[in-house]
Design a protein around this ligand. Structure first.
Ligand code: RFL
Ligand code: PHB
Length: 392
């Protein structure tokens, strides 16, 4: 088999990239290790920046998101029992975010890909990448026990943090930057109405909590937990009881509980690999970088990488290599700003077992500054809604 761009991974990065390239007449094939059902079963992101919304429109998959997604013009910071509204729209000249689940977005992208007749090989096992330092890269994989080869002009590594693409780069050619946090997030999804119209990010002495949603009838809640905890230790009842303790009386009373549809623990991590291009192999999304979820930036960064990558490849086929040559540098500039913001929001809102009393007081003072200063609130708001692209 041969294609122009071989994409590894059918998560949001790979699917959006495939759609944008196909729109520009560039042939692409996706190899995905899992089944479509498995990919759709992963409950992850919920908040899209305007730039991600615009990109999904450009890819032609925005219709259901606009019909069913919930535009949010603000959120609440609940700091030790006191509410502070962050008026995103008011502080950023009218910019908002869109609450629309990654699962739904992935479903829309999969359907659009199938409708366009584009090839996705699910359950592609033992994928390996070859020849990306030359002009004839190839992927090898097995499907139904038979080894296959896919020849291409370029490989897009959209295969997430544990993927094969970054792992295939010679160690001397890549530099990793990493911060592991000694905490995790325990998430619960339920078919219950959200506790409030807007998201609540709660800082509490028992630990951070987040009240989010997927729709007017489906809620997503998170609790900071220790990394040593197991999901089996958290009955639904225990989760709801602990959440109530971390909220204010208004939210605790309004909370509607119900059986969980999903419960899982995710560790918090910051990670960046530099560069993001190795000859004819490009990394995009979680394959290149990870942020702790506090700033809601992971999926949005994935979208901004594939925006740059799709434009660079389209330019290449039109006769200029300038875009692919500057891909890594342009992505990383944006990536590091989101890394900084996600790290900052994480350190401010969580309880760290290793924080000494001085650290704690400084964090309290910083939060106090953020919520009581227009400059502080604006900094938070403009990062949360997403920084503009420097090429616009
Ligand atoms: P994905 O989604 O991990 O997809 C990678 C795909 O590659 C496949 N794969 C392989 N395929 C073939 N061969 C191999 N060897 C392969 N190895 C892996 C995998 O099966 C998978 O299908 O990466 P992608 O596309 O870069 O997308 C990134 C996003 O999924 C991620 O950044 C977000 O979910 C992060 N995130 C959030 N981002 C936001 O922008 N807003 C949010 O509100 C938000 N909330 C979250 C989040 C992530 C969370 N968790 C669980 C990490 C909340 C949570 C709890
Ligand atoms: C979510 O709804 O899953 C979500 C929302 C905001 C975040 C992280 C996750 O910061």
């Amino acid at each position: 088999m041969r294609t122009q761009v071989a994409i590894v991974g059918a998560g949001p990065s790979g699917l959006i990239l495939g759609q944008l390239l196909a729109k520009a007449g560039i042939d692409n094939v996706i190899l995905e290790a899992q089944t479509p059902e498995y990919v759709l079963g992963r409950i992850r992101a919920g908040v899209l920046e305007q730039v991600a919304v615009d990109l999904l429109d450009e890819a032609g998959v925005g219709a259901r998101m606009h019909a069913e997604g919930l535009p949010h013009g603000g959120f609440t910071l609940l700091l030790d029992g006191v509410r502070h509204r962050i008026d995103l729209a008011g502080l950023t000249g009218g910019r908002e975010v869109m609450v629309y689940g990654q699962t739904e977005l992935t479903r829309d992208l999969m359907q659009a890909r199938a409708a366009a007749g584009l090839t996705t090989v699910y359950e592609a096992k033992a994928v390996s990448v070859h020849g990306f330092d030359g002009t004839q890269p190839r992927l090898r994989y097995t499907k139904d026990g038979i080894t296959q080869e896919l020849a291409c002009d370029f490989i897009a590594g959209c295969d997430g943090f544990h993927g094969v693409c970054r792992a295939s780069v010679p160690t001397g050619a890549i530099r990793n930057f990493e911060r592991a946090y000694p905490i995790g997030w325990l998430g619960l999804l339920s078919d219950t109405p959200p506790v409030a119209d807007e998201l609540i990010y709660a800082r509490h002495e028992r630990g951070f909590a987040l009240c989010s949603m997927r729709s007017k009838t489906r809620s997503r809640y998170y609790l900071q937990c220790a990394l040593t905890e197991k999901v089996e230790q958290w009955s639904d009842q225990r989760f709801w009881d602990e959440l109530r303790l971390r909220l204010d009386p208004q939210a605790a009373e309004a909370l509607v509980t119900g059986p969980s549809l999903e419960k899982s623990i995710a560790p918090l991590r910051s990670f960046v690999a530099e560069p993001m291009r190795f000859g004819r192999l490009f990394l995009a999304g979680d394959a290149a970088h990870i942020v702790p979820p506090t700033g809601a930036k992971g999926l949005n960064l994935a979208a901004s990488d594939v925006r740059y990558l799709s434009r660079a490849l389209i330019e290449f086929y039109a006769g200029s290599a300038a875009g692919i040559d500057s891909y890594s540098e342009r992505c990383l500039r944006r990536v590091w700003k989101a890394e900084r913001f996600s790290w900052w929001m994480t350190t401010l809102l969580h309880n760290f077992p290793d924080a000494d009393p001085f650290d704690q007081r400084v964090r309290q003072a910083e939060l106090d500054y953020v919520v009581h200063s227009v400059a502080g609130r604006t900094t938070l708001a403009e990062n949360y809604v997403g920084l503009p692209f420097d090429d616009d």
